[in-house]
Design a protein around this ligand. Structure first.
Ligand SMILES: O=P(O)(O)O[C@H]1O[C@H](CO)[C@@H](O)[C@H]1O
Ligand SMILES: O=c1cc[nH]c(=O)[nH]1
Length: 267
């Protein structure tokens, strides 16, 4: 893979995409898992695969005549930060994360959608862009359209704060890791987040929100619940297909509504 670091027109070094390949796309859907790119793109019109490089797999499709990129971020904040950097250089403005997540509140069920208003920055990458006092908050207009889209499809959803952790096991206070050991600073942390009203754990949203804000760009995060931590530590594979379809349907409808709103707003 060739690529130039810092050249806004060239093929980008990590994601392997150039401005010309995006056909003017300003919207991107960001699943973590490369295997989710194809299935999500299949809900768009005229979709085609673009590139696979490292954890970044991409496809382009349309909502009517609006071009939309789908690209995986890989797991975690560092690779997500690189994705946002390079996509921003190519003119992407609206970032919608489509993730999976573990719920930590008892009223949330498997398969529910969680739309994040903000995120706990339990990761290191966002601190390379803004001090810890800076909030990780979603774009309100884009998030409003995600909520409308979930309502449109009659999918059960929750809105609130997520916790984005740099690790799947200790940072999310899982005791079924290889060593079974959770550092003292994370022992009891799940209960503390519950008391503070945090809804769920995942690993990318706070970096996405923080970096997009500091760039003057717009981000929202929609995750499907595949683990209910109040019932156990395991991830339920069975619900994955249902969640994937829900994410794709809501994302498509979000673009339709947001583009109509943004177009009307610009006159
Ligand atoms: O399904 P994705 O989007 O990868 O999201 C979640 O799944 C991964 C962990 O299993 C982390 O990336 C977490 O945020
Ligand atoms: O519990 C979970 C499930 C998905 N992704 C996470 O980061 N945590």
């Amino acid at each position: 893979m060739t690529g130039v670091v810092g050249d806004m027109e060239a093929v980008q070094y990590h994601i392997g995409l150039s401005r010309a390949m995006l056909c003017g796309a300003r919207y991107v859907f960001l699943p973590g898992d490369p295997d989710r790119v194809g299935p999500i793109a299949s809900f768009l019109d005229r979709s085609m695969e673009l590139v696979q490089h490292r954890e970044y797999r991409s496809a382009l499709g349309y909502v009517g005549n609006i071009p939309v990129l789908v690209m995986s971020t890989g797991i975690g904040a560092p690779s997500t930060g690189i994705a946002i950097e390079e996509l921003a250089r190519l003119g992407v403005t609206y970032f919608l994360r489509l993730g999976t997540t573990g719920a930590i509140q008892p009223h949330i069920a498997l398969g529910d959608l969680i739309i994040s208003e903000g995120a706990v920055r339990l990761e290191g990458t966002s601190g390379h862009y803004a001090p810890v006092e800076f909030p990780a908050v979603a774009s309100l207009p884009l998030t409003q359209k995600v909520v409308e889209a979930a309502l449109h499809h009659h999918f059960s959803y929750q809105t609130g704060i997520c916790c984005s952790s740099d690790s799947f096991w200790p940072g999310q206070e899982r005791y079924d890791s290889f060593s079974g050991y959770v550092q003292r600073r994370f022992q009891g942390s799940l209960e503390e987040w519950q008391h503070l009203g945090v809804l769920n754990f995942e690993m990318e949203t706070s970096a996405l929100f923080t970096i997009a804000r500091t760039f003057g760009l717009h981000a929202a995060s929609l995750c499907g619940v595949i683990a209910v931590r109040t019932q156990g530590e395991s991830v339920r594979e069975g619900v994955y297909a249902q969640v994937k379809e829900r994410l794709a349907r809501v994302a498509r409808e979000t673009v339709r509504r947001h583009a109509a709103w943004a177009g009307a707003r610009c006159g």
